[in-house]
Write a protein that binds this ligand. Structure first.
Ligand SMILES: Nc1nc2c([nH]c(=O)n2[C@H]2C[C@H](O)[C@@H](COP(=O)(O)OP(=O)(O)OP(=O)(O)O)O2)c(=O)[nH]1
Length: 153
């Protein structure tokens, strides 16, 4: 994947370092016809069990935000092949992960172009959610806010 115009990946990494972030997560607002793909975490997950979330996951050693996103989309929804990011859109939210690591999830927008979605065991269901229906979801307030920011962009 190539970096789209208006998104400086190195700058995002630098901003996170500057802000004392020690764990980075890449997430995707995968959208089709104005709706956003949300996944339900397994009820057996020992962490945030059963909530809805965006396809996302932590950046591992040797990866950057984009290569991590590519891997996570492959792992979580079985997306293979190239995909593009919408130019210019990136948002983020911060939280403390389990043992106290300062985490930042950076969220990019990815147009869905008909690729089939197949879930891993991490998630039990998916659906396409319109931003006007955010209050009827089990998304966290932070994720809902990110989707609102995307809808307003
Ligand atoms: N811990 C935590 N998670 C939050 C908060 N707010 C919020 O939206 N989340 C969401 C972001 C993610 O969708 C999910 C946590 O995912 P994560 O990537 O940090 O953790 P994980 O258990 O999936 O970690 P991993 O398997 O990728 O290593 O919860 C919060 O305040 N604390």
């Amino acid at each position: 994947m190539t970096t789209p115009p208006g998104i400086d990946i190195l700058q995002l990494h630098n901003d996170a370092d500057r802000d004392g972030i020690t764990r980075l997560v890449a997430g995707a607002i995968l959208h089709a016809d104005g709706r956003v793909l949300v996944l339900r975490r397994s009820a057996e997950d020992d962490f945030m069990a059963g909530i809805e979330e965006l396809p996302s996951g932590a950046v591992e050693p040797g990866e950057n935000l984009l290569t991590a996103l590519e891997r996570e989309l492959a792992e979580e929804i079985a997306w293979s092949g190239a995909f593009t990011l919408d130019p210019g859109f990136v948002t983020h939210f911060d939280y403390i992960y389990g043992s106290g690591r300062k985490t930042r999830q950076y969220i990019f927008a990815v147009p869905h172009q008909g690729q089939p979605i197949a879930l891993s065991r991490e998630h039990t269901a998916y659906r396409w959610l319109h931003p006007t229906d955010l209050t009827e979801s089990d998304l966290t307030p932070e994720t809902a806010q990110a989707i609102r920011a995307w809808a307003a962009s």
